[in-house]
Design a protein around this ligand. Structure first.
Ligand code: GDP
Ligand code: MG
Length: 812
């Protein structure tokens, strides 16, 4: 029998576990977050094992009033699209606040099933909830679940299906006499065209004078007036405004209802969670602890575990090759060292022989002029250790030379199971099929060099995503939002602005979208502008590249990038708040802090997978195209005989780069390769790395340690770490990638504000990078020049904007 398709909506407060439940019910991988604003749009998925049941994950809401965009989205869906049933998730550890929404949901006229979530915590706390009694009082089915532990979730869904097919149940709650009187009147005279079960909700909204509902109902003036008289009468009788009357009566009703149903375990005074919070949200310690935590995370992922894996990918997979499971590596390294020593000895001996006129060297051939002298020659040879210090001096004579020249270069495959690196195999393959030279060049020096450079950072990224997922999953990041609110508020900013930034550590696009939850338009615009200052995952390879090439993989560089982002947000906030465009009081910020808990492996894996796979997908699409473009424009140009393959320095790209590179001279990296990389970064930030990979990868210069482009890059930046850092700062703060600029445009809703955001970001990035570089150079004893003056002027101007008194505006 063909059954009717059912739609079940998940509704509940933010952080009650809707998305966790949604993922459990549908096997989907939606982002589980600890803060409001993560689910701004509704998500849809098929219930497992039920082909004809759709589950909708709605944004978290506290009420059905149209105060925030999430409330509007959820309410419109429930009221206009009428799902077949509502599965109302309530947080069992916070019943009183959560049931406020429940009382409203029960009035819409759609069957409701209440799922009391977080039962694992309720039980652990030793609290008791009488479910049977609760169900009786609310006149709707109640089920206890733990979405996180996957406990009772299918039963909840099945109960919702049953409720959807069942008959409608009347809400039990009634307001006081005067209110009910007005509601009855409104139902009679305004709502005759509404279905019986919807009337009550509309009537209450009319009573509350909800502007959106009144607009939609299009009531006659005379009808409205008659209702208004009754509303005013109730207001006078109860001495409060209509909306507050409804709110208060709901809370009083819930408080009474819970007496006897909800028994809190009084023996627990302070939970472990409270104890941890005392320390990590401490007024003075919170920020240093956060800095330390972030430093540890970056240290482990960029400097230790992650680097080992990344080195393998860069040197092995995308380099010469590697030993399977590392077996044979040691013996091979020893043999290679012996070979290198012998090779050097032989070369030094030959050179000395040539100097004395015993032999003539011609490329590899040796022509002996004076055999006797040659055989009698003895030279001192300095054996150096890894750092280049002389270890000992040995004498090399003819016999040693002969012996040394017989040592063969070791073949890695003799020592263990050697796997050739991708470029090596590819090159051999291309040679075997006689591929055209340009094709080999495109594949090896273009695509493999560029994409390889980006993918090479994947292991580091995954380790980082792993830790970030844990920090988010256990509830720590929610505390940080709370801590940041305290700090932001001092500067007239709201902690609400910090949530988009936390989301933005994954990708700025959802981060920028999460700014929708901020009701105040000024604050929302400012958040949209500043969200991309926080390093997103695409900027991490850039950070790792700079840390590797200039700072020996220091975790501190990466942590500093994070805090430069936060500082930029605060500085921008303070400056802009003092202009007329952004003035106003900060948006209030209310958030439940969920108790600390172990994140599930599933959630961590999902988060890693989601971020990691989008990284790989991007490498295979946008970055691939950009890489091909970079390869082409850097290999071709107008040379001596017209258009054709030319050296990099004569290429089209060099021409374009040189035309803009002067702009970046004051920032310390005024060469065309870096300028081009900064521009391609606007397409996707990973392009900064892939571009440098193509442009520096081809240079035959073996780096001292680590990976090939590190060395070339270090030289190109004038061997100056400060120039590298300035390059990093600029790329972190300047306009984000196209996708994020698109998101900015969508949220701003007009081109003027989008341009303002992009220009502001670019100018700000330029000013900060310039100041960092010039003042840093000055401190390192560099010369005082016109740019130094410019940097000082910058600092003074920013200082003025930061500390000038707040001008007065007539803010409504
Ligand atoms: P949403 O805002 O309603 O979508 O809530 P989420 O699904 O994002 O969950 C908020 C937080 O509560 C996450 O950290 C979840 O891991 C956690 N959570 C969800 N369900 C449970 C549960 O049953 N028990 C516990 N202990 N935590 C849960
Ligand atoms: Mg959610």
């Amino acid at each position: 029998m063909e059954e009717k398709k059912l739609v079940i909506a998940l509704a509940g407060n933010p952080n009650s576990g809707k998305t966790t439940l949604f993922n459990a019910l549908t096997g989907s991988t939606q982002y589980v977050g600890n803060w409001p604003g993560v689910t701004v749009e509704k998500k849809e998925g098929k219930l497992k094992k039920h082909d004809n049941v759709m589950i909708e994950d709605l944004p978290g809401i506290y009420s059905l009033s149209p105060y925030t965009l999430e409330e509007v989205v959820s309410r419109n869906f429930l009221v206009n699209e009428k799902p077949d049933a509502i599965l109302n998730i309530v947080d069992g550890t916070n019943l009183e606040r959560n049931l406020y929404l429940t009382t409203q949901l029960l009035e819409i006229g759609i069957p409701v099933v209440v799922a009391v979530n977080m039962m694992d915590l309720v039980r652990k706390n030793g609290d008791k909830i009488n479910m049977e009694q609760l169900s009786k009082e609310l006149n709707c089915p109640v089920v206890e679940i733990s979405a996180l532990k996957n406990d009772g979730v299918m039963k909840a869904a099945e109960m919702a299906i049953e409720a959807a097919r069942g008959v409608h149940k009347e809400p039990m709650h009634t307001f006081s006499g005067a209110v009910e009187h007005a509601i009855a009147h409104i139902e009679d005279c305004c709502l005759s065209d509404k279905a019986q079960n919807e009337k009550r909700w509309y009537a209450i909204k009319v009573f509350e004078r909800d502007s959106k509902v009144l607009e939609a109902l299009k009531l006659d003036k005379s009808v409205l007036d008659s209702c208004e008289t009754l509303i005013v009468k109730a207001e006078q009788e109860l001495d409060d405004d209509a909306e507050s009357i409804i709110t208060n009566e709901r809370y009083i009703y819930i408080a009474n209802l819970l007496k006897g149903i909800y028994v809190k375990n009084s023996s627990i005074k302070e939970t472990t969670s409270d104890k941890i919070d005392k320390i990590v949200t401490n007024r003075f310690l919170a920020l240093p602890i956060f800095a330390l935590v972030m430093w540890c995370v970056y240290f482990v992922s960029i400097a230790t575990v992650g680097t080992m894996a990344t080195d393998w990918v860069n040197d092995g997979l995308f380099g010469d090759g590697y030993f399977l499971f590392g077996q044979g590596r040691e013996a091979f390294d020893e043999a290679s060292e012996a070979f290198a020593l012998a090779d050097e000895e032989a070369a030094a001996f030959l050179e000395a022989a040539q100097e004395q006129g015993f032999v003539m060297l011609d490329e590899d051939a040796v022509e002996v002029l004076d055999m006797e002298g040659f055989e009698a020659l003895e030279i001192p040879f300095e054996v150096r250790d890894e750092e280049g210090n002389v270890e000992e001096i040995v004498t090399v004579d003819y016999a040693t030379y002969e012996e040394a020249s017989l040592v063969e270069e070791p073949d890695p495959s003799d020592f263990g199971h050697w796997v050739n690196g991708l470029p090596v195999s590819l090159e051999a393959g291309l040679e075997a099929v006689n591929a055209a030279p340009w094709l080999s060049d495109l594949l090896l020096n273009g695509i493999v060099a560029g994409i390889g450079a980006v993918l090479g950072f994947l292991p580091q990224m995954l380790v980082l995503f792993f830790f970030l997922a844990i920090l988010e999953g256990c509830g720590y990041m929610a505390r940080i939002a709370f801590v940041m609110d305290r700090i932001f508020r001092k500067f007239g900013l709201s902690g609400k602005s910090f949530i988009p930034m936390l989301v933005g550590t994954g990708c700025s696009v959802p981060g920028i979208m999460a700014s929708r939850t901020i009701e105040n338009e000024h604050d929302r615009r400012m958040t949209v502008i500043t969200t991309s200052f926080i390093p997103c995952s695409a900027k991490l390879p850039v950070i790792a590249l700079i840390a590797g090439a200039f700072f020996d993989n220091s975790g501190t560089v990466a942590t500093s990038a994070y805090f430069i982002g936060i500082a930029s947000v605060i500085v921008t906030g303070i400056m802009l708040k003092k202009t007329k465009m952004f003035a106003g009081d900060p948006t209030p910020f209310v958030m439940e802090l969920p108790a600390y808990h172990w994140p599930t492996a599933g959630n961590i894996f999902r988060s890693m997978w989601e971020r990691g796979s989008s990284f790989v997908k991007k490498a295979g699409s946008v970055i691939l195209l950009a890489t091909i473009f970079i390869w082409f424009t850097s290999s071709y140009g107008f040379g001596a005989d017209g258009f054709g393959a030319v050296s990099q320095e004569e290429s089209l790209l060099a021409g374009i780069g040189n035309a803009i590179a002067w702009l970046f001279v004051p920032l310390g990296w005024g060469h065309w390769q870096a300028a081009v990389a900064a521009i391609t970064g606007l397409i996707a930030k990973e392009n900064v790395v892939s571009t440098l990979g193509v442009l520096y990868g081809g240079m035959e210069e073996v780096a001292e340690n680590g990976w090939q482009i590190f060395g070339s890059m270090f030289n190109a930046f004038g061997n100056n770490p400060l120039a590298g850092y300035s390059f990093l700062v600029f790329n972190l703060l300047c306009a984000p990638c196209f996708a994020a600029i698109g998101a900015i445009k969508r949220e701003m809703g007009n081109a003027k504000w989008t341009w303002f955001a992009v220009l502001y970001q670019c100018i700000f990035a330029y000013v900060v990078a310039l100041s960092v570089y010039q003042l840093g150079m000055l401190m390192q004893g560099g010369s005082f020049n016109v740019f130094t003056v410019l940097a000082i002027v910058n600092v003074v101007v920013i200082g003025y904007f930061l500390f000038r008194p707040k001008p007065k505006f007539d803010v409504k």
